[in-house]
Design a protein around this ligand. Structure first.
Ligand code: ZN
Length: 354
C-alpha cells in the first residue's frame, strides 16, 4: 500500500501542474475595446489575468455606464482622463463612485466645467490615489503602461488638447499608442523627445482624426499597422479630416473608425492580434494579424493552404535566414506561392514582420 502511494503521488502532482500551466497559457491574452461612444473617446483594456484599465469615458454618461455593464466590468485598476474636455470625461464621477479605481491619472490641468469639477470631487470623496501624468511606467500584471513625457515647455495653443496624457501600452511584443487629442505642437515635441519610444502596432489617432493632428513626421515615427479613429457619425467638426485619412492610407495603414465600425475590439496574445468590429461596410468583419517572425507552427497552420509540412518549411526558412525581412518574402518558402498570398489577403489576414 505504501509503495502505491509513493508511486502515484508524484504523477498526480505532475498532472495537476501540467493542466494548471496549460490553463494559464490558454488564457494569457489582452482585449482592448475602443467603444462606440459617438463624438468622443473611450477605451477599456482587460487582461485575462483580471486587470482592467480605462482611458477616457466619452461624451455620454448613460452610454459609457451601459458599455461597462455589458463588458461585465467589476473593478477598474487604472483610470486615465487624457484631458478635461467633456467628450473624454463625461460620467467620470459616476464611474469613480461605482468602480472605485485603484488609481486615477490626468494631466493636472484644471477646467471650469461642471463635468471636470464633479470628476475631481469624486476623486477626493472616494479617496482615490491620484497621479499626475509625468513620465512614468505603470505595471498591471504583464501589461506595461508607459506615460510619455508631458509637454515641455508647456504648450499654450489648444492647451487642454496638446497637454493630453499620451500612453504607450505594451504587452509582451504588442503595443498600442493612446494620444488623447494632441495636436501638431505636442506631436513635434514627442518626435524630438521620445522618438525611439513611439513605434507601435496600433495607434488611437489623435483628436478624432482632425486636420490639426497626425502630421507626417509623427505618423512615420509611430509606424503603426492599424489606426483607430474614435468619432461620431456625421459629427459637426467634420472628423476625421480627409487629408488625415489620405495620409494614413498613403502610409499603408489600415483604418478602423467607431463612426463606421461601431465598437472595435482587438484581442492579442502579445505576439499576434485580431481585430473585430461591431459593424462593417464590407463583408469582412474581422482581420487577423500574424507576425511571421514570431508565429508558431500552430499559428502558421491557421493560414489557408499551410499544412504541417509547409509550416515546418516556414520555420526552417526563418531559422536559416535569420527571420523574414519583409512580409512578401514568405512566398520564397517551398509550398507557398502567389495563390496562397492572395487567398490570405482575401480572408483578411495581415502579414507582418517585426
Ligand atoms: Zn476630443
Amino acid at each position: 500500500m505504501n509503495s502505491m502511494k509513493k508511486y502515484y503521488l508524484p504523477i498526480l502532482i505532475l498532472l495537476f501542474l501540467l493542466s494548471f500551466t496549460a490553463i494559464l497559457f490558454a488564457q494569457d491574452t489582452v482585449s482592448i475595446y475602443f467603444l462606440d461612444v459617438g463624438q468622443g473617446d473611450a477605451s477599456v483594456i482587460i487582461s485575462s489575468s483580471g486587470y482592467v484599465a480605462m482611458i477616457d469615458s466619452g461624451p455620454n454618461e448613460k452610454l459609457i455606464l451601459n458599455h461597462l455593464k455589458n463588458l461585465d466590468i467589476s473593478h477598474i485598476d487604472l483610470l486615465i482622463a487624457t484631458h478635461a474636455h467633456a467628450d473624454h470625461i463625461t460620467g467620470m464621477d459616476k464611474i469613480i463612485a461605482k468602480y472605485k479605481p485603484r488609481a486615477f491619472m490626468d494631466p493636472g490641468i484644471s477646467h471650469t466645467s461642471l463635468t471636470y469639477i464633479r470628476m475631481i470631487n469624486a476623486i477626493e470623496k472616494y479617496n482615490i490615489k491620484y497621479y499626475q501624468s509625468t513620465a512614468r511606467k505603470i505595471q498591471l500584471g504583464l501589461m506595461n503602461f508607459s506615460i510619455l513625457p508631458s509637454a515641455n515647455p508647456k504648450i499654450y495653443v489648444s492647451e487642454l488638447n496638446n497637454n493630453s496624457v499620451v500612453i504607450k501600452l505594451e504587452y509582451k511584443n504588442f503595443s498600442c499608442l493612446y494620444t488623447g487629442d494632441i495636436e501638431r505642437g505636442r506631436e513635434n515635441q514627442l518626435v524630438k523627445i521620445s522618438s525611439s519610444n513611439l513605434e507601435s502596432d496600433i495607434i488611437k489617432i489623435p483628436h478624432h482624426g482632425s486636420s490639426t493632428s497626425s502630421n507626417s513626421a509623427f505618423i512615420k515615427k509611430v509606424n503603426p499597422k492599424v489606426a483607430i479613429i474614435s468619432c461620431g457619425q456625421n459629427n459637426r467638426y467634420g472628423h476625421p479630416n480627409i487629408k488625415t485619412l489620405e495620409r494614413l492610407e498613403k502610409n499603408g495603414i489600415d483604418i478602423y473608425r467607431t463612426d463606421i465600425n461601431g465598437t472595435i475590439l482587438i484581442n492579442t496574445d502579445g505576439y499576434n492580434y485580431e481585430i473585430m468590429v461591431e459593424k462593417s461596410l464590407s463583408s469582412k468583419i474581422s482581420k487577423k494579424v500574424i507576425n511571421i517572425n514570431l508565429a508558431t507552427l500552430e499559428d502558421f497552420i491557421q493560414l489557408l493552404g499551410i499544412d504541417e509540412m509547409i509550416a515546418n518549411n516556414l520555420l526552417l526558412y526563418r531559422t536559416l535566414n535569420n527571420g523574414f525581412k519583409y512580409p512578401e518574402e514568405i512566398k520564397m518558402v517551398l509550398g507557398i506561392g502567389v495563390w496562397e498570398w492572395e487567398e490570405w489577403k482575401e480572408e483578411g489576414w495581415i502579414i507582418v514582420v517585426k
